[in-house]
Design a protein around this ligand. Structure first.
Ligand code: 13P
Length: 253
């Protein structure tokens, strides 16, 4: 399975000139990386301009709305994202669930809209508090809810990102880092839910990736001991040099 590294820029940088410069620098840094997919996900207003400088990486968006068109002030549709060159859409990030009140039902509708629109959906799941024993049940329930009613044939374009909220660099504080063992247990729980809803074979085709303080130093372990198929990178993705190291270290694994 081809590994994937996704940079979620969140609400950064502050101007389109800076966004384009960062995209260019990232492209230079990853030019020599082979055998894996790389995605840059800038804020909406910078999508088109960032798209115009990408050659190695693909374009991602950080959210979407499920309706096709109409009176939905402030929302952006699947077709509008596609028109801007977007191929990947992050859905249900914890910051959207917590700050913007996104519910499991909204996440499910977005997943359905993106997959039916033949784009790749990156479904984010993860528990808020660090409490080892709870991970499988909580994460499993989030996955089950997000995939309710989604046809099996659409799953080929699904990526599931396990992103424990407490391990995200900007919120982690003293909580420390997610251990490879916890990542692996989350992976098994996600696989099991997908296998329960669909079947074992489908569960093996869904890429399961990790997000939360990913760095050049820990990416190899995330893949080897954590058994992850990729990474969703936040802060380190805003530093082209660090992001380049992550991608290069990842392509060597
Ligand atoms: P950090 O890599 O800054 O911890 O952010 C993770 C994240 O939220 C990516 O979506």
């Amino acid at each position: 399975m081809k590994k994937i590294i996704i940079a979620n820029w969140k609400m950064n940088p502050d101007t389109s000139a800076r966004a384009v410069a960062l995209a260019r620098e990232c492209e230079q840094e990853i030019a020599s990386a082979k055998g894996l997919d790389v995605v840059l996900a800038p804020p909406y207003p910078f999508l088109r301009e960032v798209a115009s400088v990408l050659t190695v990486s693909s374009l991602g968006a950080q959210d979407v709305f499920w309706e096709e068109s109409g009176a939905y002030t402030g929302e952006v549709s699947v077709r509008q994202l596609k028109d801007a060159g977007v191929e990947y859409v992050i859905i249900g990030h914890s910051e959207r669930r917590i700050v913007s009140g996104e519910t499991d039902d909204m996440v499910r509708k977005k997943i359905q809209a993106v997959l039916e629109g033949s784009m790749t959906a990156i479904l984010c799941v993860g528990e808020r508090e660090r409490s080892g024993g709870e991970i499988p049940a909580f994460v499993g329930a989030q996955v089950r809810s997000a995939l309710g009613g989604i046809k099996k044939t659409l799953l080929k374009n699904l990526i599931i990102a396990y992103e424990p909220v407490w391990a995200i660099s900007t919120t982690s504080g003293a909580n420390g880092s997610c251990t490879p063992d916890m990542m692996f247990r989350a992976r098994l729980a996600i696989e099991k839910v997908v296998a329960d809803i669909y079947d074992q074979q489908i569960a093996k085709t869904v890429r399961i990736i990790y997000g939360g303080s990913v760095s050049p130093e820990n990416i190899a372990t995330i893949f080897s001991a954590g058994h992850m198929d990729g990474a969703l990178v936040g802060s380190a993705g805003l530093n082209a040099e660090k992001f380049g190291m992550i991608v290069r270290n990842a392509s060597g694994v």
